[in-house]
Structure formats: C-alpha cells, structure tokens
Design a binder for this molecule. Structure first.
Ligand SMILES: [Zn+2]
Length: 357
C-alpha cells in the first residue's frame, strides 16, 4: 500500500490539498503519533562508546570525529543518514545526555571552505531573494519592537551573503556591517547596499567590526553551519554593547517534520553541521556569557504573511500544534547579552528565560 493511499484512508482526502510541509501540523491526531514515534526511536536506538562509533563509520579527508560540543558527552546515538544530489551523505547522531543533534563525523573547521565551492551564491536572486526578505521581515516583526527603529544603533550581520538582510537593516536606519566567507557574495552585497558595508573574512580581521559595540548581531541561517559554535559565540558576546541582543534563525531540531520524515527532513541540507532546539541552544548561550533567551514560534512564512491557502480552521490547528510540540520547522531565538538587555527588550509578548550564573 502506498503512503499516499494510507494517508488518505487515515486522514481523508481533504488533507491532500494541504502543502507537504504543513500536513503533519494539521491532520487530526498526527502530532501525537509523530511524538510517540520519536520517543520510541530515542528509546530503541543503541548508544555507542565513541571508540566503537569511530570504528563503525568511514572518515572523509576533510572530516573529524566529535564529542558533544554542548555538554562534552562522548557517547553517540546514531539516528539518521541524510543523502542528496551529487551523492553527498552524512551521519547524524544524538547526544544521549543533552539531546543535541550533530553530524558525526563533522567537517574540520580549516576545511570548511571545501563545502562552499564557487557558485554557492548564484541562486540568491529573483523570487528566492524576495522570499528571503519576507522571512527576515516576519522574524523582525515576531520580535517587535527590537528591530523597529535602527537609528543610532550598530548592527552586525554575521554570514551576510549578498546583503539581502543588510538592505532591510539600512532601510530601518541601522548603522550596518556584514562579514561573509565568500568574496563573490561580499562584492555583490557592496553593490546592492548604499551605506552598509560588508567584508570578507572573520570579524577580528576587520578593524571597524573588531571594535565591537554592536547593539544587534544577526545570524540568518548561519548557526547550523558553524563547526566551532562556542568559540564563535564567545566572540559575538564580546562584540555586543551593554544592552545588546543577538538574533538567530536556524532549523529546529524539535521540528515535527523531522519527527515525521527522519533522514528525509528538509533541515538536513548538504552543508549543515549541527542542529539546535530550544533545549540545546540555551546551553550554547549560557556557556558563552549571555544572560537570557526568548523564543518566537515559527508557524511558516505563508501562514504569518497571510498568503496561505489553508482554511481558517486548519490555520488555527497548525498554530496550536506548533506551540504544543515546540515543533515549528525553523527556530527563532533572541539572546540577551546582559540584564540591561533583558530590561530593555524583554517585555511584551516575549517570555525571557534567564540563565543562572
Ligand atoms: Zn550533549
């Protein structure tokens, strides 16, 4: 029996018109089924000592084996083996202590450039660009009023690509800077932008950026690409001014779509290295000197922009299931540098979780 027929029998024809990425959130009872499947998977998948795990997996030339970067646990629970076009394939493990999901073996930091061969930015135009900018706007709105007014505030976009976000940031009045690993992207960005400036390289290599004093740092779809997140976040923390905030958009390791589709999940892209959730990103932030964190659930861009074709009752069900499962496909995070930042931006609809120091 095909999956499609099974789905129709279980849930009824109505849901076949619902886009693939929304079905698991709206079909009656599916959230509970997927969560139960996930629990069973975690209970039944074997946990291995690192040495045994290393013997069981091939190690590519640009790769290295890791222990959990969040908590130091060395044991490995192998869960997924995503594959894709041009034959790429990697292994995803879960930390049996803190639940962190990461690629293991991972990519050695000094070989990261090998993942971003030329042509990486060639698709960042047209409709793609418009959709990206809509996503940035919706995320800023979700954290309003933090991004409403940029006047006399310094902003750093880490991994700024061709400058699609910096364009919005300078329109809002931010004094905006960007850095990126790709020289072609930096050149394109500087053509697009009027006052904002982007640079090739690391923040510490650029005097204007190394000087710090940023009120806002943004990481748009960058976190999952970082091979040494603790080092990077310690640096971000030191670049923030008193009262500063850091925004993260990344794939959500508690996504209901991951629980439903496993290795086929859209978050397992070729260049993603680590997969965070609301349970593991606080560890990264606490260990690197941040004072607190807030989350804004991600319901999907068409839902939030009001362009979805879903009928009203299914929209309501989708929102409820995203909230109940903490299972939106993306995770949106606002990290607070210090108490001053929590005092300034922590009010309104945002629930701030403070870290014990
Ligand atoms: Zn761990």
């Amino acid at each position: 029996m095909t999956k499609r027929l099974l789905g129709r029998l279980m849930y009824g024809k109505r849901y076949n018109r619902v886009p693939w990425g929304q079905r698991v959130y709206v079909r009656p009872g599916e959230r509970l089924i997927r969560e139960a499947q996930w629990k069973r998977l975690i209970r039944s998948a074997p946990v291995m000592a690192l040495a045994d795990y290393e013997r069981s997996r091939p190690l590519g030339e640009i790769e290295e084996f890791l222990s959990c970067m969040m908590c130091g646990e060395s044991r490995q629970q192998p869960l997924f083996e995503p594959t894709g076009g041009n034959g790429w394939r990697y292994h995803v493990v879960r930390c049996p202590s803190c639940g962190f999901l990461y690629r293991n073996p991972n990519v050695r930091p000094e070989r990261l450039g090998d993942l971003y061969a030329t042509g990486y930015n060639s698709f960042l135009t047209g409709k793609y660009a418009a959709n990206r900018q809509r996503r940035y706007d919706l995320t800023m709105k979700a954290f309003s009023p933090v991004f409403d007014e940029g006047k006399e505030r310094r902003l750093l976009d880490f991994g700024s690509g061709v400058g699609l976000f910096l364009e919005l940031a300078e329109q809002r009045g931010f004094e905006s800077f960007g850095v990126d690993l790709s020289p072609e992207s930096v050149a394109q960005a500087n053509e697009r932008l009027s006052k904002a400036r982007t640079f090739h390289g690391a923040p510490e290599d650029v005097p204007e950026i190394a000087a710090g004093g940023f009120d806002v740092i943004t990481l748009w779809s960058v976190l999952a690409h970082l091979p040494r997140p603790l080092d990077d976040f310690a640096k971000f923390r030191s670049l923030l001014a008193p009262g500063g905030v850091l925004l993260i958009l990344t794939v959500n390791a508690r996504s209901l779509l991951l629980k439903a589709y496993g290795s086929e999940w859209s978050g397992f892209t070729k260049n993603h290295l680590m997969f965070y959730s609301s349970e593991t990103v606080p560890t990264l932030l606490r260990r690197t000197g941040f004072a607190g964190v807030a989350f804004a659930p991600h319901y999907g861009d068409t839902i939030e922009a009001g362009t979805t074709a879903l009928p009203e009752d299914l929209r309501r069900r989708l929102r409820r299931n995203v909230e109940l499962s903490d299972g939106g496909n993306m995770m949106r995070v606002l990290a607070f540098a210090d108490e001053e930042a929590i005092g300034r931006w922590g009010g309104g609809p945002l629930t701030v979780h403070r870290f014990d120091t």
